[in-house]
Design a protein around this ligand. Structure first.
Ligand SMILES: [Zn+2]
Length: 103
């Protein structure tokens, strides 16, 4: 049993009382959960364009308009690495992902 939420961009998503299972990791299929809000508070849903760093495999995915995940492009990964730096957890994940793609 879910509840419909309308996002700022007009997209509708369904959330469940304790967490919102938006989509699965593009790398390992682990479900993405959004932390539950305290009673009376808004759910903190990700915004389209935000990145998701999988806790299972470290894959970086990007939330689309409908909050489904898509793999980050090479350009996006390079941008993340540039902004965050290799010592940041997200930057390091971007670095690993780029290296993997380049073989
Ligand atoms: Zn994963």
């Amino acid at each position: 049993m879910g509840q419909k939420l309308t996002l700022k961009n007009g997209a509708e998503v369904e959330v469940v009382p304790t967490s919102s299972e938006l989509d699965a990791c593009t790398g390992c299929g682990l479900e993405v959960h959004v932390p539950k809000a305290a009673p009376g508070q808004e759910y903190e849903l990700p915004q389209p364009g935000e990145l998701s760093l999988c806790l299972g495999c470290g894959t970086i995915s990007i939330f689309q308009e409908d909050l489904k995940l898509r793999p980050a492009t090479d350009a996006e990964l390079e941008d993340i690495l540039k902004r965050k730096g290799p010592r940041d957890q997200t930057g390091a994940a971007a670095f690993v992902q780029l290296e993997r793609r380049r073989g």
